[in-house]
Design a protein around this ligand. Structure first.
Ligand code: SAM
Length: 231
């Protein structure tokens, strides 16, 4: 997650504060966890700088005035994960229409738009985050996608565009909202049969939800994400 550390006050405290924090972190998560956290911090710094965007932070749904009880908090997926996940899409870049359900400040969209995809689409329930995502896409450097758009909508009410062939989810929503979204994906596949690919990060609920679906099968998974493809 991307909650940034803040060290306020006397700069001399920095020298004392950081080794202490590092020690506490190692004690809780081990050296491997610490190394992963350092990698994550560097990847975040590098990604934000490379694209000239601002996508970090952690925001609870209540702070955004979101009413849907299924909504999860805002936190962007690490750049290091996005860098690995996007090349796993099994279609030529020029044919990819990428939809991020719960686009937040647009980090996944920015990384997708840095590839020569046909289109990237975000759906986000918070008006505040929609505005930030649009701003990030407008100002980003290294953009190669032909088109990019962010829709202000509850994902459960968003009609799946006929040309979307890659769905991306990272901890966006659970419960009825997720059930409805999966049903919309299924209907879209029935009405407009095409090869569909799903990247789902941290989505045990998504896995549960699609377990009985005959049109979609899991093709791979690791500790962070699962990949699905239509049958
Ligand atoms: C964990 S963040 C993911 C951010 C983004 N996908 C990324 O990786 O950078 C989850 C996002 O889903 C949004 N969200 C929650 N419920 C939603 C819903 N029903 N429809 C659309 N967006 C939703 C939240 O506001 C939040 O921005």
């Amino acid at each position: 997650m991307d909650a940034e550390p803040t060290v306020k006050g006397n700069p001399s405290l920095l020298a004392i504060g950081w080794p202490r924090k590092a020690f506490d972190y190692i004690r809780s998560y081990g050296l491997g966890g610490f190394a992963e956290q350092i990698h994550h911090r560097i990847a975040t710094w590098h990604g934000e700088r490379k694209f000239g965007v601002s996508t970090s932070g952690f925001i609870e749904p209540e702070e955004l005035g979101i009413q849907n009880p299924d909504a999860q908090a805002y936190a962007a997926l690490g750049y290091e994960h996005l860098r690995r996940a996007l090349p796993e899409i099994p279609f030529p870049d020029s044919q990819v229409v990428f939809l991020d359900y719960g686009a937040g400040k647009g980090r996944a969209l920015v990384c997708a738009a840095a590839r020569p995809f046909r289109k990237v689409i975000g759906v986000e329930i918070s008006a505040e985050l929609v505005a930030i995502a649009r701003q990030n896409l407008a100002q980003m450097k290294h953009r190669r996608a032909a088109r990019a758009e962010v829709h202000y909508s509850d994902a459960a009410a968003f009609p799946v565009p006929d040309d979307v062939n890659v769905f991306f989810l990272f901890n966006s929503f659970i419960g009825w909202t997720l059930v409805e979204v999966v049903e919309r994906m299924r209907q879209s596949h029935v009405l407009h049969p095409r090869d569909l690919f799903v990247i789902a990060f941290n989505q045990a609920e998504f896995d549960q939800c699609v377990r009985g679906e005959t049109w979609l099968r899991k093709v791979e998974e690791n500790a962070y994400r699962a990949l699905y493809r239509s049958v």
